[in-house]
Design a protein around this ligand. Sequence first.
Ligand code: PLP
Length: 285
Amino acid sequence: MSIVYLDGTFLPIDEARISPMDRGFLFGDGIYEVIPSYGGRLVGFEPHMRRMGEGLAAIEIKLDTTLEDWRSIVEELIQRNGSGNLGIYIHVSRGADSRRHHAYPVGITPTVFAFAFEIPAAPRADKSAAPTYSVVTTEDLRWRRCNIKSTALLGNVMHFQQGYTGGHTETLLYNQQGELTEASACNVFVVKDGVVRTPPLDHQKLPGITRLMLLEILRRDGSIPVEETVISLEDLRAADEVWLTSSTKEIAPVVEIDGQAVGDGQVGNVWLAAQTLYSAHKFDF
Ligand code: PLP
């Protein structure tokens, strides 16, 4: 896992150098993506790259790289790093300037960095094999542009740590109105009486690609009702099942929230049905 891509060149990670004046380093001024790949097959490549394009446009970073350029960079990275189960991390920062000044500099070249890291084998639709999550809840104290996949992740890192120090594997976030937003590194779904619900997209949440794909897969299949709707903390506590979604976790069952069991404390049947459909269709995107 040692060959990385930096500004047009593939090279060993130990030889990769970025200026300390890079605005990614000084300001977290950049956009990133993480795309899973299993045995060389990418999951959601196009929606991931579309989201990256939207993030770059939102912060006015201009890059000529086409979808096909990205595809060949990503494919070469996979091929040079063993083609196993890999997460592909792509990072575009505004680039290095000669001074530290808040305004977007004119005429600098964005820094493009990508590397591959090992991820667990694709989650299986098997209740006894599913990794389960125990989480805590806390008020979402991040900024109001969480729809942008910014490399400035300190708010998310601090929220993740709140759960992690107590031995938990994620932190669920709610806004000042007591409505669920997402988790520190995942989107969230709840199931009640067979209906799957997730909060609607807005500036408080990342538009997750796993969320997008799962909603589309469930709607196309039609056997499980889905809604994008506000979810209160009370709805969360009364849920039969709660799931986290992210590119490397896919659909992850939460079995405990703030020390209380979710439903009967076991991985649920709706999760099994949803993960079965997701596993069958995730390469369609
Ligand atoms: N929400 C946040 C804050 C995240 O950081 C992530 C993934 O990194 C997600 C949601 C899930 O997004 P995706 O499904 O695109 O991995």
